[in-house]
Ligand binder design. Structure first.
Ligand code: ZN
Ligand code: ZN
Ligand code: FE
Length: 762
């Protein structure tokens, strides 16, 4: 028998609430090691005695065989004399002052629980809140750390003896599963119509399914908030929902019962299948089949559908396949227009009463509002558009440790970011900060995450736009708490976010192509077509789109015809010379806009690439007015003829790129009767060429060949794929987003890393 040694091991990462201690217990028994394991507020600690060989195998297996939901960051091992243990035990959690650890995001129903859900002999047969250590709610129910039942919204539910037995048995799949529950002791569902409870439990579920089938809109309380659900194959219902939600034509997300059903309606690639089935269960934007029975008005003007699979047991039961039941439900967020989604029963009864015919409610509290995440697939890899439920608050890992800091993000699609050590905790989706409710949700979210991660910010990073609500929050708070602030230019933050998530250490500069809708520039203009040479500390603005007046300012975002008029004026053309505009616009309004430009009244200068797309789309008659941000560009992209290789001219000057020749040729094409599909392609090809020309010039001058692409315009998949492959063909190294969104939803991460580096070098 070989010599024994004793080791002390500390593990950090997502290791609590994921079945880690039972796994360690099992592994130790298998390798005949003695000792103990416990949770602390900083991770998992353990001490064991064993032969060096067994201990080596043990530490190796800790990583290799860890439970599916565990994400290990570090394992540190201290060797020494054996302790003299006589058994292996799981011992009590030890809270440590100020310590913290990452918290698991919410996890979709696991296969074992799904099997039990449909097993008539199981005591949780058809129970909508079944869960275990491998699945269930986490982030949305946690009120504080350590992650123990009293620190969750399950606190009011007293475990029954049977649940309790499972909870305390290390051999059980529900050992220390904090949300463990059953029909006897746990939360339940009920149906309300007109403020009256009309059914409970299974009867409520069946009644809701009947009503959905009949075409009603039902408010359904889910995991991170309410959805509005209705039959996605019923045109009348879908239109009615649009009318009630004041959402004229922004796409609705849908939920389908299983992957087979999705395959019937959409063309999927392997990575899309994987993402649909992943335990994060995001909405995946996928190409729709022409023969799909999902009504076109679910996603007007688009050839894609945003699809997700059921992620809670309640959703699985709600969508259960049966003859006559719709193959797809619209599951759009339960809110009016752009307000935050409702999370509490009382709030929903008030805010959603005009939107829904009935309420499917439950009594498990939602601590943190968490919208569904939205992703696409690009080059067989995830390309996030909204990072929230399932992903938040899992941290982005930083290259360098820094001080605790809060970056407040931007105005639209807001998220904020807290840093501590090497972790950057990017928040769940907060939304568009255009109303009081969203501001409250933002402030509550910051307070909650600061508590959960024990972060007391020592600095605040913010966007330079003086009127952003988030900016004002940062400036006010800095005054109250007397902590320093760092203003970070919007497009610098975009590029820095892309660099950070790609693990660049910043020792070498990159060419940052930030193509975006709106961002406040150093000179007070509205930037958004920016080509930088930059690192984390700063940037040099090498090229930008030539400035053009944006008549009406923010108003122009929703009225692309305004920027089109500005372009025609710049070229000395009459609006009347273009049938696509002449027929659509009110001559009087056009006159006012022209005067706005001439007299420079509320016509700020812009270099925005997003607005260039808007102008082209409006000139072509695709969209003169939009109902949601970037709609004109999205519909213009949908027109692109993939075979068309032509492009237009542009002028590269010392500091800027002038697209005037592009517009002149585009208008000539229109007058020559060239199809809009070809024109859309030529326009996109031109933008690709602008990037290529600029990158080649910069490489010649500065010998830099790393390119980072960030900003909302890179949600345009045609533009992205053509640009990436053209750059690669020329041997550039291209960095794009895979962890956080390329739109403003990823901005706070960039603000955080820029601020950390700025403080570092100060
Ligand atoms: Zn489970
Ligand atoms: Zn129970
Ligand atoms: Fe932006």
């Amino acid at each position: 028998m070989s010599e024994l040694e004793g080791v002390r091991i500390h593990i950090t990462g997502v290791v609590q609430g994921v079945g880690f201690r039972p796994f360690v217990f099992g592994l130790a028994s298998r390798l005949e090691l003695l000792g103990w394991v416990r949770n602390t507020s900083a991770g998992v600690d353990l001490e064991v005695d064993g032969s060096p060989k067994a201990i080596r195998k043990f530490t190796q297996s800790l990583r290799e065989e860890a439970p599916p939901l565990a994400r290990i960051d570090e394992i540190s091992v201290d060797r020494g004399e054996p302790y003299g243990f006589t058994e292996f035990q799981i011992i009590h959690s030890q809270p440590l002052e100020g310590a913290f650890q990452p918290i698991s995001p919410d996890v979709s129903l696991c296969a074992d629980c799904e099997r039990e859900l449909f097993d008539p002999k199981d005591r949780r047969y058809r129970y909508p809140f079944i869960n275990c250590t491998n699945c269930g709610p986490r982030f949305t129910i946690i009120t504080d750390i350590p992650y123990d039942r009293p620190n969750t919204t399950m606190e009011p539910f007293q475990m029954c003896p049977e649940c309790s037995k499972e909870y305390y048995d290390p051999q059980d799949r529900r050992f220390h599963a904090q949300p463990v529950a059953c029909p006897t002791c746990g939360p339940s569902i009920w149906l309300e119509v007109g403020g009256r409870k009309i059914a409970e439990r299974e009867a409520a579920l069946q009644e809701v399914r009947k009503r959905l089938q009949k075409g009603e809109v039902i408010a359904v309380k889910g995991l991170g908030g309410f959805h509005l659900a209705c039959d996605a194959t019923n045109l009348e219902t879908v239109l009615e929902l649009r009318r009630r939600k004041l959402r004229v034509d922004k796409a609705f997300a849908i939920m389908m019962p299983d992957l087979d059903t999705v395959e019937e309606h959409c063309d999927l690639c392997e990575e899309e299948r994987k993402l649909l089935l992943s335990h994060e269960r995001p909405i995946v934007i996928v190409p729709r089949k022409v023969e799909s029975s999902v009504v076109a008005d679910v996603a007007p003007g688009q050839d894609t559908l945003g699809v997700m699979l059921p992620y809670t047991p309640l959703h699985v039961l709600l969508l259960e396949k049966q003859p006559g039941f719709p193959p797809a439900l619209v599951m759009t967020s339960g809110n009016v227009s752009e307000e935050p989604i409702a999370t509490h029963n009382e709030e929903a009864r008030v805010r959603l009463s005009d939107l829904s015919d009935a309420f499917l409610l439950h009594d498990r509290g939602i601590q943190t509002r968490c919208d569904d995440s939205v992703v696409r697939v690009f080059e067989n890899n995830i390309y996030p558009l909204r990072r929230s439920r399932g992903y938040a608050p899992y941290p982005v890992h930083l290259r360098k440790e820094g001080i605790p800091l809060l970056a407040v993000g931007a105005e639209l699609k807001n998220t904020f970011c807290l840093t501590r050590g090497k972790y950057a905790f990017l928040s769940h989706h907060i939304g568009d900060m255009e109303n009081y409710e969203t501001l409250i949700s933002f402030e509550d979210g910051i307070q909650h995450l600061e508590k959960l991660f024990r972060v007391k910010p020592e600095a605040l990073a913010y966007d330079l736009h003086p009127n952003y609500m988030a900016t004002r929050y940062a400036l006010e708070r800095s005054e109250q708490e007397n902590i320093p602030t760092i203003g970070v230019q919007h497009h610098h933050a975009h590029i820095a976010a892309c660099m950070a998530e790609n693990g660049l250490d910043g020792s070498r500069s990159v060419i940052g192509i930030s193509f975006d809708g709106t961002g406040y520039g150093d000179d007070g203009a509205i930037w958004g077509g920016e080509i930088f040479l930059c690192d984390y500390r700063g940037y040099e603005r090498l090229y930008h789109l030539a400035y053009i007046p944006l008549p009406g300012g923010d108003k122009a975002i929703y009225q692309p015809w305004r920027i089109a008029v500005a372009w025609l004026k710049r070229l000395g053309l009459e609006v009347g010379s273009l049938p696509s505009l002449r027929e659509a616009l009110d001559p009087e309004e056009v006159l006012i806009v022209q005067q706005q430009i001439e007299k420079n009244i509320n016509a700020p200068l812009t270099s925005s690439m997003g607005r260039l797309f808007d102008a082209a789309s409006a000139v072509c008659g695709v969209r003169h007015v939009v109902n949601y941000e970037a709609q004109a560009a999205i519909e213009f992209e949908a027109l692109v003829d993939y075979e068309e290789k032509g492009l237009y001219d542009f002028i590269v000057r010392e500091k800027d790129v002038d697209p005037a020749p592009l517009f002149q040729s585009l208008i000539n094409d229109l007058n020559d009767g060239i199809s809009r599909r070809k024109i859309a392609a030529r326009f996109h090809n031109t933008v690709v060429q602008i990037v290529i020309d600029a990158c080649l010039k910069i490489r010649d001058r500065f010998s830099v060949s790393d390119v980072a692409l960030s900003g909302g315009v890179w949600q345009n998949m045609f533009l992205l794929s053509r640009t990436v492959s053209a750059l690669r063909d020329l041997d550039f190294t291209v960095h794009i987003h895979h962890e956080v969104p390329t739109n403003d939803g990823g901005l706070a991460l960039g603000q955080a890393v820029v601020a950390l580096r700025t403080l570092d070098s100060a």
